[in-house]
Design a protein around this ligand. Structure first.
Ligand code: FE2
Length: 389
């Protein structure tokens, strides 16, 4: 993690920078995380959502649980692309907790699952520091071995499940079978989850920053206040939390006062509370990936062409030609360590809630601060079309 700069945990935004390595060497990492295990969405119709993620995003059919496997409660489709695993779950009956979640929030992220070596210890370390338990350590088994899972609540109705799979060789989790499909569009070069952003309510950002710091041992990487992230009309604040090895990064946003309703407030109105705003997926070739996503029908935020009039003055030399970036609407930003290319989809469900970011990092470890203004003006145009600005 050499080179990552983080600010000391504090509420002021002085740029006291120390290396991430130093911060995490000072104390034992009590919650070692190997990476994101999977992200589970509760959706209204998992069969059709799975088709969308295959046809539009290039996800591969991976595993399945449902009536055919003896699961009479719900159906889950697991999709994969390189290291990314998405689970789409729909209830089979009325009036259960998943139905309630869907009724309240619409389609959205329920579980951010984290891959650990010891799910029991992860649960003990976090609950002893104040996390509310979602699931006590539970072992499930099948012919391929056993998995231990435990879980805690985070913002809104979102939960973290710790997955210990070192004694398991099956396709996904006990109860799942390989999903054999005749429809297998090729993958689009999406590699891993770069970061996942949570939107929380007015004045709640620091509460959840403290949760990730105290309960999960994360450190604060960056802080943006409403002066960093504002346009003429709307504003928000954001802090980025990271775990010890930097594999898990969770920016947390809260709305800030502006002349008009911010995108975070719009999200919270439609999601009926805090939840996951966007999932950033990394690629090694953003031009190829976004060209294919566009051809397959994924809608991206429109960036006005005058963004490209001045961007090269701001970011300097880059490896890519500007023309394809401009044609696709890909944004560029630079920090001390390099640059990054990023683009944002429109929401992928009918409520204006969850969307995706596609990101390619070329040295930069930041989150595109230089693009915030252009990006939020683009979102305001969409809000204007929805009548929610
Ligand atoms: Fe992002």
């Amino acid at each position: 993690m050499d080179g990552i700069k983080i600010e000391k945990m504090s509420d002021n935004t002085e740029n006291t920078e120390v290396s991430l390595e130093k911060i995490f060497d000072e104390a034992e990492d009590f919650l070692p995380l190997n990476g994101t295990d999977y992200v589970e969405f509760y959706v209204g119709n998992a069969k059709q959502a799975a088709h969308y993620y295959k046809s539009a995003f290039g996800f591969q059919s991976h595993a399945f649980s449902g009536l055919e496997t003896g699961n009479t409660e719900n159906v889950s489709y697991v999709l994969s692309q390189d290291k990314i695993r998405l689970v789409l779950t729909t209830p089979l009956n009325a009036d259960g907790p998943i139905n309630k979640h869907l009724n309240e929030h619409g389609d959205g992220v329920k579980v951010i699952a984290l891959w650990v070596d010891d799910a029991t210890r992860s649960w003990e370390e976090t609950t002893s520091r104040g996390a509310k338990s979602f699931m006590e350590p539970t072992t499930t088994k099948d012919k391929d071995g056993e998995v231990v899972q435990s879980g805690i609540h985070t913002y809104g109705e979102t939960v973290h499940i710790f997955v210990e799979r070192k004694n398991y060789n099956g396709i996904f989790l006990p109860g799942f079978v390989k999903w054999e499909s005749n429809y297998n569009p090729p993958p689009l070069g999406l590699k891993f989850i770069d970061h996942m952003v949570g939107n929380v309510g007015w004045g709640e950002m620091n509460k959840w920053v403290d949760f990730y710091a105290k309960v999960m041992g994360f450190a604060q990487l960056i802080s943006f206040d409403d002066k960093d992230i504002s346009t003429e009309y709307t504003a928000l604040m954001s802090k980025v939390m990271t775990n010890g090895n930097g594999r898990i990064k969770f920016p947390i946003n809260e709305p800030a006062k502006g002349k008009k309703k911010s995108q975070i407030e719009e999200y919270i109105d439609f999601y009926k509370g805090s939840g996951v705003q966007h999932v950033a997926l990394a690629t090694d070739n953003i031009i190829e990936t976004v060209t294919s996503l566009t051809e397959r029908g994924v809608d991206f935020l429109y960036v006005p062409s005058n963004y490209y009039d001045t961007v090269m003055d701001r970011v300097g030399e880059i490896d890519e030609d500007l023309e394809p970036l401009q044609k696709l609407g890909i944004l560029i930003d630079r920090d001390d360590e390099g640059y990054l290319l990023q683009i944002f989809t429109k929401p992928v469900e009918d409520r204006p809630t969850v969307f995706y970011e596609i990101i390619q990092r070329k040295g930069a470890k930041s989150f595109g601060k230089g693009n915030f203004k252009a990006l939020f003006e683009a979102i305001e145009r969409e809000q204007g079309n929805r009548g929610t600005l």
